[in-house]
Design a protein around this ligand. Structure first.
Ligand code: ADE
Length: 249
């Protein structure tokens, strides 16, 4: 589908076919998917930094948003604040049938994760919101699930607990509690999913979290170096996974 202007695309989105909103934080994570889904840039809306791409794939409307660049620091926007704003704008603008949060993550060799492994989120929670006041404690940790996702999609990839925080590095306490969980099964550490899950739950919009591994947290390499070294491999794996998932929705 060629998109000549934004208004056309919006009214197209009101037609019968399903609308899938894909939220990806970084440009480099999104590029392979934008290319293989054949998406075209859409004009930027208002003053928010988000970048928009749209198109049609297998009869489904696809809108892909990335967080855009921070004008002051000239790096991609990442983390929960930007992710929840992007989810809010995207859901209000496009009323998607489903949101997919796709991105990269760290994982544990203890749980047999390797670079480029792809997971579907099972439980999605925060690991760095500590509020030791009754009631707020559980709220801080959060506990969201991918809801209303067909079994045929859930079964495409192994499931992992998705743990969200605002740092690429990890504290000793976070490492210890995630390593405990990794003994029971895959767990991935990233920076957006729980914030997006929170917004999706307010809007009663189904969410699928899809994460591909760039770094092994219990390995020997420095996370930042390992992340940058493997970003392309993991983003390629993410693109393959997105195509499979979209095919089943
Ligand atoms: N994204 C990719 N790897 C990550 C990690 N180790 N922590 C947080 N976000 C990530």
């Amino acid at each position: 589908m060629r998109i000549s202007n934004f208004t056309d695309f919006l009214s197209e989105s009101e037609s019968k076919s399903k609308t899938i909103l894909i939220l990806i934080a970084m440009n480099d994570e999104a590029l392979p998917a934008i290319k293989s889904l054949g998406l075209s840039p859409l004009p930027k809306q208002g003053k928010m930094p988000f970048m928009l791409y749209g198109g049609e794939h297998q009869g489904k409307k696809i809108v892909l948003m990335t967080s855009g660049k921070d004008a002051k620091y000239n790096v991609d926007n990442v983390g929960t604040q930007v992710a929840s704003s992007m989810a809010t704008v995207g859901i209000q603008q496009f009323s998607p049938d489903i949101v997919i949060n796709a991105g990269t993550a760290g994982a544990f060799s203890e749980a047999k994760s390797t670079i480029g492994s792809v997971y579907i989120g099972s439980i999605i929670k925060y690991h760095d919101r500590r509020i030791p006041i009754p009631g707020f404690e559980e709220y801080g940790k959060g506990d969201y699930e991918s809801v209303n996702i067909p079994e045929s999609v859930k079964n495409l990839f192994p499931q992992a607990v998705v743990s969200t925080g605002n740092s690429l590095d990890i504290t000793d306490a976070e490492r210890k509690s995630m390593a405990e969980l990794a003994k029971k099964g895959p767990i991935v550490k990233e920076m957006e999913a729980a914030a997006i899950a929170q917004v999706c739950s307010w809007n009663e919009t189904p969410l699928l979290v899809l994460k591909s591994v760039t770094d092994i947290i219990d390995g020997s390499e420095q996370t930042a170096d390992e992340f940058q070294k493997n970003l392309q491999i993991a983003s390629g794996a993410l693109q393959d996974a997105l195509l499979k998932v979209i095919g089943k929705i």
